[in-house]
Design a protein around this ligand. Structure first.
Ligand code: TIU
Length: 228
């Protein structure tokens, strides 16, 4: 059985195509000035560093015809799916739904809510809009994964300790075998990213596995060596 060298021990992949790449919230709202991340007072440049790594993984999954699911965090234009607690949280100048330089903050369909151009999905690739931090909450992600017979998830995206970790924990509780790509995820707070990686892999992989993109790509090569 193909395996990825990982922490805390090897991550075994099924022989069939039951592994999917999950790219969490690589949207302008979090990676570019003028979006939600910026409005919360964060240095958004920090997240740009992982883009080439996520691109490499996206290309590898495409080459192997393995499914890729992207998510965006966003709300309906009437904010009917945004709890007041979420809109009111924080002391930023701009709140969810307010008009910013990239359109309304964290509202679906606005320019700032779009996936960054470097990672734009191809037609036919799935993008799931999610109102919460976790990608399973109030979405059809679980249904889609079941439909595709997916049991293994390779997670990337932003931010490590917020939407990525929440999603990985939700997936773990649903029985998915999850690996977080260490250099394919980023946080506004490097120490929070490091702590997340450690807590996920601790206790024999209490939430799942951690591995580098190099290790993931090497593992994927075992599926179809000629295509990578
Ligand atoms: N603020 C922050 O770190 N993250 C979010 O609000 N959402 C995601 O992580 N996508």
């Amino acid at each position: 059985m193909p395996a990825i060298t990982a922490r805390p021990y090897d991550y075994h992949l099924p022989t069939t195509a039951s592994v999917a790449l999950l790219i969490i919230d690589m949207q302008r709202d979090f990676l570019e000035p003028g979006g939600f991340g910026d409005a919360l007072g964060n240095d958004v440049q920090r997240l740009q560093a992982i883009v080439p790594t996520v691109q490499k993984l996206q290309a590898a999954f495409r080459a192997l015809h393995l499914p890729i699911f992207q998510t965006v965090e966003g709300h309906q234009s009437d904010l009917s799916d945004c709890p007041p607690s979420k809109r009111d949280r924080g002391k930023g100048a701009l709140k969810i739904g307010d008009r910013g330089p990239m359109g309304r903050i964290l509202v679906l369909g606005e320019p700032g809510n779009g996936i960054i151009s470097d990672l734009a999905p191809l037609s036919g690739e799935t993008v799931i809009a999610k109102p919460g931090k976790g990608a399973f909450y109030n979405t059809n992600l679980e249904f889609l994964l079941k439909t595709h017979n997916i049991s293994h998830l390779i997670l990337t995206g932003v931010t490590t300790e917020v939407c990525v970790q929440t999603t990985m924990r939700e997936a773990n509780d649903r029985g998915y075998e999850c690996l977080l790509v260490e250099d394919g995820t980023a946080s506004y707070f490097p120490e929070f990213k490091q702590a997340t990686l450690e807590m996920i892999c601790a206790q024999g992989g209490i939430v799942g596995w951690c591995g580098s993109s190099e290790q993931v790509l090497a593992g994927l090569k075992q599926f179809q060596p000629a295509s990578l």
